[in-house]
Design a protein around this ligand. Structure first.
Ligand code: SF4
Ligand SMILES: [Zn+2]
Ligand SMILES: [Zn+2]
Length: 308
């Protein structure tokens, strides 16, 4: 199969767009979509610091490479990459090594936040102490909190996340299926600045996971392929499969879900908005509850040790 824009062999088909692309045109197309989303999600970013969450996987590695390229001609913008070490044996050390390799290659400052020292508990320890709880529920909450704190400490105006189209479409569908409209609105990309929260943006939002993978591979971007050993229990896996099936039957479903979220947010904004979160009474982080979920999970993990 040939590329839709040149005579080269295609490396990816895009049923939602009705075309095929070669490696070169895939790269250009991803960069275009990234730029468009950057301009839309962060229109006023002319100077200051931008933090990029870097796990060491393909998505965040690509997000860092493209963010650096985007701000290349703007020396007034400084980048800092932030990685969180949740303490997951057999997974995180190799992804962190790739994150270090990439930041050294790009000459970007790299900060690593360790859950063990920041929270007093690692994801692996919490998995042992909280048997019945899906690991991603506490791990994801902790990582979000640590990334926000580190971005605040770095005095960043923005936090760039590597979420791709598949990630976001899965999250939207999950939140809809759980009737959690408030969470749907709190998802990245953030439209407004909220007290205590560095606005999170997702400039790869319209790019499917597979295209990012092929692009990163074709361009020699250092990233780690390993999968988290705790990911198997995640409910997200079911939504991933459902979406693959839907996308096969009706290409463009993932893009439609993104638009659905935007439409709901527009409608609610016109009706007075979602309301600002208040603060957690224990740690002071922005929270919609009196005690934030990060503190709830930390308390449960600590109580489990006492009970042993
Ligand atoms: S898959 Fe779940 S447990 Fe593993 S790093 Fe991601 S959020 Fe944490
Ligand atoms: Zn081409
Ligand atoms: Zn808290």
């Amino acid at each position: 199969m040939r590329c839709a824009f040149c005579t080269a062999e295609a490396i990816v088909d895009r049923p939602y767009a009705g075309d095929h692309l070669c490696g070169d045109h895939l790269g250009r197309s991803i960069a275009d979509r990234f730029r468009r989303e950057m301009r839309r999600q962060a229109p006023r970013m002319r100077s200051g610091r931008v933090a990029v969450a870097l796990s060491g996987g393909k998505d965040s590695a690509t997000a860092l490479v493209l963010t650096r390229r985007y701000f290349e001609r703007r020396p007034t913008v400084e980048l800092v990459a932030i990685s969180v070490d949740e303490g997951i044996a057999g997974y995180r050390p190799s992804t962190l090594a790739k994150a270090q390799e990439l930041t050294a290659q790009l000459g970007v400052e790299h900060r690593i936040v360790r859950a063990e020292s920041a929270l007093g508990v690692t994801t692996d320890q919490a998995v042992e102490r909280l048997p019945g709880t899906v690991p991603c529920s506490f791990c994801g909450v902790w990582r979000r909190g640590l990334l926000n704190e580190a971005a605040r400490e770095a005095e960043a105006e923005l936090l760039v996340l590597g979420f791709n189209l598949d990630d976001l479409a899965q999250s939207i569908l999950m939140n809809l299926a759980h009737a959690e409209v408030d969470r749907l609105l709190r998802m990245a990309p953030h439209r407004k600045k909220q007290p205590g929260l560095v606005p999170r943006i997702a400039p790869l939002a319209t790019v499917p996971e597979r295209e990012i993978f092929l692009h990163a591979l074709a361009n020699g971007i250092p990233f780690d392929h390993s999968e988290c050993p705790h990911a198997r229990a995640a409910e997200r896996n079911v939504f991933r499969e459902v979406l693959w099936r839907l996308e096969e039957v009706r290409p463009g479903t993932r893009h439609a879900l993104l638009r659905t979220r935007e439409t709901i947010a527009d409608l609610l904004e016109r009706n007075g908005g979602e309301g600002a979160p208040s603060r957690c009474s224990l740690c002071g982080a922005p929270s919609t509850h009196a005690i934030c979920r990060s503190c709830e999970y930390r308390r449960a993990a600590a109580e489990a040790v006492v009970a042993e």
